[in-house]
Design a protein around this ligand. Structure first.
Ligand SMILES: *Cc1c(COP(=O)(O)O)cnc(C)c1O
Length: 357
């Protein structure tokens, strides 16, 4: 199966000199992975080529109707030099879930992972070594037929690009301030909220900017029907510790099933904590706060891993300061354990990491 062509760049770019100053997603490596799809032929011509602009017909369907899906994952450099991926099979499984919803043909998960591993091994020198840095990987699929009628495309590109990154929030693990969004919604059941598709993100920008204007880092999304049940925080899944119990919204179709979310649940259950996936309303949360039972709140996602929430503003009338605006013990333990496994520093009891050869 492994028929992956490689064309190495003749003009390698200089790598970032000061790894401690890396931002998120601004610098790209020397190469990129491309696989074509044509109806009748399936996915074909996997190749790793020098990184550079694409030539697209202006009528390419992804540019008009947003038939696109993507993934987000990281390659980590362990102290002993190994290159590690974290549960990459889950990303390809989820890619196919997104593909199905967006009428994009499924990929061979194993083959695409093999292609991605080869790509990572070719650009492995780009994986930074400074603490909290990694190589962010962005697999994505775009519809490229030149056609303006609304239908699913017959020709697609699967690609992976890579970017050496520092921490997602420059403020690090400091708790963020979150605005409870009551005007805009991100997703509804039956829509595309459970997929990673471009339109979900372009349509959430306005809420994000309005929150920024009020000095908040991100928004807390409520459900799109009743505007009542908590869904996600920004582009992360969200967890609360209420009276000793961990509660996270259940995956009911409008919420993205995060791999960090899944891993956090498995870790906490492994530690003997009670973790419940269920609907949680903003009223119930506010009540728990008033009763002094809201102990911790945090977001989970590949980019930031764990993002503690120190302050919630619901309608400018209800302000919740959580754990005195400081990171809580569960958030800290999860961050340490997850990053420890990802960077190969603590024992990987669950067999989550994959070593790139
Ligand atoms: C990617 C993403 C997440 C987090 O998923 P991970 O697999 O943990 O990175 C959560 N919510 C949204 C909307 C996302 O796009």
């Amino acid at each position: 199966m492994s028929n992956i062509k490689v064309e190495l760049t003749k003009s390698p770019k200089p790598k970032p000199v000061d790894e401690s100053k890396l931002t998120f997603g601004d610098v790209f490596t020397d190469h990129m992975l491309i696989v074509d799809y044509d109806e009748g032929q399936g996915w074909h011509d996997a190749r790793i080529v020098p990184y550079g602009p694409l030539s697209l017909d202006p009528a390419a369907m992804c540019l008009h109707y947003g038939q696109e899906v993507f993934e987000g994952m990281k390659a980590y450099r362990a102290d002993d030099g190994r290159v590690l991926l974290f549960r990459p099979q889950e990303n390809f499984k989820r890619l196919n879930l997104s593909n199905d919803r967006l009428c994009i043909p499924p990929v061979d998960e194993e083959f695409m992972l093999e292609c991605l591993e080869k790509f990572v091994s070719i650009d492995a020198d780009w994986i930074p070594k400074a603490p909290d840095t990694s190589l962010y990987l962005r697999p994505f699929i775009i519809a490229v037929d030149p056609h303006l009628g609304v239908r699913a495309a017959n020709h697609y590109l699967f690609m992976v690009i890579a970017s050496p990154v520092g921490p997602y929030y420059p403020e690090g693990l400091d708790p963020v301030k979150i605005y409870v969004e009551t005007k805009y919604v991100r997703a509804v059941k039956g829509g595309t909220g459970f997929t990673k598709t471009a339109g979900n993100y372009s349509s959430s920008l306005k809420a994000q900017y309005e929150a920024k204007e009020k000095n908040y880092t991100q928004v807390l999304w409520l459900d799109g029907v009743e505007r009542k049940y908590i869904e996600e925080v920004g582009t992360m899944n969200v967890f609360f510790k209420i009276d000793g119990e961990i509660i996270t919204p259940s995956l009911d179709g409008s919420i993205l099933g995060g791999i960090t979310r899944k891993s956090a649940i498995e870790l906490m259950r492994g530690w003997g904590m009670k973790v419940t996936e269920r609907r949680l309303s903003i009223d119930e949360l506010a009540k728990a706060y008033d009763d002094g039972k809201l102990e911790e709140a945090f977001g989970t996602g590949t980019a930031a891993v764990i993002s503690p929430i120190g302050h919630l503003n619901w309608g400018d009338t209800k302000i919740m300061n959580i754990n005195n605006g400081e990171i809580g013990p569960v958030s800290q333990r999860l961050y340490d354990e997850l990053t420890g496994i990802q960077w190969g520093k603590v024992e990987d009891k669950y067999g989550w990491t994959v070593t790139v050869k």
